[in-house]
Design a binder for this molecule. Structure first.
Ligand code: HEM
Length: 235
């Protein structure tokens, strides 16, 4: 097992601050909660046919909205931390790697088992683009969710957001389209989540990095010369 010897490394680097790790798990839980409650809202199968009792449906919607506002708040905070948080250096560095052909080749080769996975920033280029797309889905889910919200709640946040959200509704081609986009976003997550979990486990096994535990401990493992290379790069 030449491969294993090569990758076994005990060089822990602290890469994820607690803020980012906590926000990761908050968003993972609320997105699952939104998928479950959203599925029910789309098809309220528990209400007996012909029944006028809408309380159960209202309760699912209420939970969907409460969790939805947690997603909006944590999404905004995450965007802020990307630019101004403790991990900004590694995160912004990954943005640069997206434009580097060499970084793309390194990442793609490693996926085809013909090279090592070396990243200068926190994410490989393909990984960075995927996470950016997932963030765009959060924004889309939040904006379309708010358009649906202002049609039901007219006080407080509902009243402040009414006019801007009606404009967004117009841009999106009407309320039916907004609902459709909101629903399709859910499928974006349903496709992403299993691939994300698969790739995390795959890369933890293949590269012996801290791919699995990094989101709990904040530590990733690299070969010593890789760490030195990154340090060199910073100078
Ligand atoms: C990952 C995030 C989200 C997912 C997966 C999701 C999923 C869904 C789904 C599947 C529906 C049913 C659509 C249909 O009728 O076909 C729905 C409805 C709705 N969602 Fe979301 N949602 C998310 C985020 C949000 C957010 C952030 C808000 C705003 C706070 C929100 C507010 C609403 C509202 C108001 C409805 C309509 C409820 C009703 O018709 O009574 N959602 N959502």
């Amino acid at each position: 097992m030449v491969h294993e010897e090569k990758y076994t490394s005990d060089h822990p680097d602290f890469v994820y601050s607690s803020g980012n790790r906590i926000l990761h798990w908050i968003r993972a839980s609320v997105i699952i909660g939104l998928i479950v409650t959203g599925f029910y809202i789309a098809d309220p199968f528990l209400t007996p046919e012909g029944s006028t009792d809408k309380l159960l449906y209202a309760e699912w919607t209420q939970w969907h909205l409460i969790i939805g506002f947690v997603l909006i708040a944590s999404g905004l905070l995450r965007i802020y931390l990307f630019f101004f948080g403790k991990d900004k250096e590694g995160e912004l560095r990954s943005m640069k790697d997206v434009l580097s052909v060499r970084s793309w080749i390194t990442q793609l080769k490693s996926y085809f088992f013909i090279g090592e996975l070396r990243k200068k920033g926190l994410y490989g280029p393909l990984q960075f683009i995927t996470y950016t797309a997932i963030m765009i889905l959060v924004v889309l889910a939040s904006v379309t969710g708010l358009v649906l919200y202002v049609h039901v709640y007219h006080l407080g946040i509902g009243s402040w957001l009414y006019e801007p959200m009606r404009t967004v509704e117009y841009w999106m081609g009407g309320l039916a389209n907004v609902r459709y986009i909101h629903h399709i976003v859910m499928w974006g997550y349903l496709i992403f989540i299993p691939i994300h979990i698969y790739l995390v486990i795959w890369s933890a096994i293949r590269f012996k990095h801290g791919a699995m535990d990094v989101m709990f401990t904040g530590y990733d493992y690299h070969l010593k010369h890789d760490t030195d290379e990154v340090e060199e790069d910073k100078k």
